[in-house]
Design a protein around this ligand. Structure first.
Ligand code: ATP
Length: 234
């Protein structure tokens, strides 16, 4: 098990956002968390990255309790979080955005190697290397955001709604790259409203509803489940 969330209860003031949530991701898996608006998907990722500290429960990553670890520590300890809406640095160039992803790395050779790896997955990012981040298209910004996350050398890559607001053909490309990254060894936790595509590439999926896990199973099995079909694949 690479990461495990045990019996997590998280609140925003009086709002009980996660209610006794249990999930885990094994090394090498793509796991997807699907659910409607407000179900608690982003809160789950924020609980892992340290932006939300749960009232009760534990987050265990590579055998260590990281429940109360602040986000800047989590970010350099092997977990990369690509948030909803991408949030690249619009006034920095593509190269500077990528370098920011590796801010904790001192070895220039390692930074160069990681950048080459990003270019391998995203040739478009290489083509735009000197362009300002904010002038890239939505799909290019998503590629840059994932590339920036890879620059930290993560063991777990968390993606929050990578398909949001993108044209179908771009969504297809992004999902292909997520799949390829995983085939080459990256463990991925993927939050999606686009349940069909997420379940197609996921080893396992969790269905979350009002802060509770309602179903768990292999991606292909969930895809053929009548309740999932009706609620999320219609
Ligand atoms: P979406 O797909 O719409 O982003 P989600 O499944 O990611 O939904 P969360 O963003 O995790 O859902 O929200 C879970 C619940 O917590 C919702 O009821 C939401 O309104 C509430 N919530 C989220 N962030 C905050 C916040 N900063 N302050 C107060 N309530 C919040």
């Amino acid at each position: 098990m690479l990461i495990e969330l045990k019996d997590i209860n998280a609140f925003y003031g009086g709002i009980h956002a996660l209610k006794g949530l249990n999930i885990h991701v094994d090394k090498g898996e793509i796991v997807t968390l699907i659910g409607s608006n407000g179900a608690g998907k982003s809160t789950t990722l924020k609980t892992i990255s340290g932006q939300v500290v749960p009232k009760t429960g534990e987050v265990i990553f590579e055998g260590n309790d990281i429940t109360k670890q602040p986000p800047h520590v989590t970010a350099v300890s092997g977990i990369a979080h690509v948030p909803e809406g991408r949030r690249i640095f619009p006034r920095l160039t593509v190269r500077e955005n990528l370098e920011m992803g590796a801010f904790s790395v001192k070895d220039k050779k390692v930074i160069g190697e990681r950048m080459e790896r990003v270019f391998h997955y995203f040739p478009r990012v290489k083509e735009r290397i000197n362009q300002l981040g904010g002038t890239m298209s939505g799909g290019e910004q998503q590629m840059l955001a994932i590339g920036r996350a890879l620059m930290s050398g993560p063991h777990l890559l968390m993606l929050d709604e990578p398909s949001m607001g993108l044209a179908p053909i771009v969504v297809e490309q992004i999902f292909e790259i997520i799949h390829e990254l995983n085939k080459e060894g990256m463990t991925i936790l993927l939050v999606e409203q686009n349940a069909y595509q997420a379940l197609q590439i996921a080893h396992r999926g969790y269905v979350i509803q009002t802060g509770e896990i309602k179903m768990v199973g292999e991606g292909r099995v969930l895809m053929n489940d009548d309740i999932v079909k009706e609620a999320y694949l219609a």
